[in-house]
Design a protein around this ligand. Structure first.
Ligand code: ZN
Length: 60
């Protein structure tokens, strides 16, 4: 599943492919525009994204 969101650093609209086999996941993904590390959290419910967060990584 592809999901669009705004990078918390450069405010560009970027997309990400989620693994729907994971119910809930938290990981670091580099922005495809500014290459800075974004802290991603998502949760799936009934095949839909019920919760999504893209945060600035602390300590940068
Ligand atoms: Zn960015």
């Amino acid at each position: 599943m592809e999901h669009f969101f705004t990078c918390p650093y450069c405010w560009q609209n970027i997309s990400m492919i989620f693994d729907e086999s994971e119910e809930c996941s938290e990981y670091i993904e580099d922005c495809e525009v500014c290459c800075r590390p974004i802290e991603i959290f998502f949760r799936f419910e009934y095949g839909e994204i019920s919760s999504f967060r893209a945060n600035v990584m602390e300590g940068i």
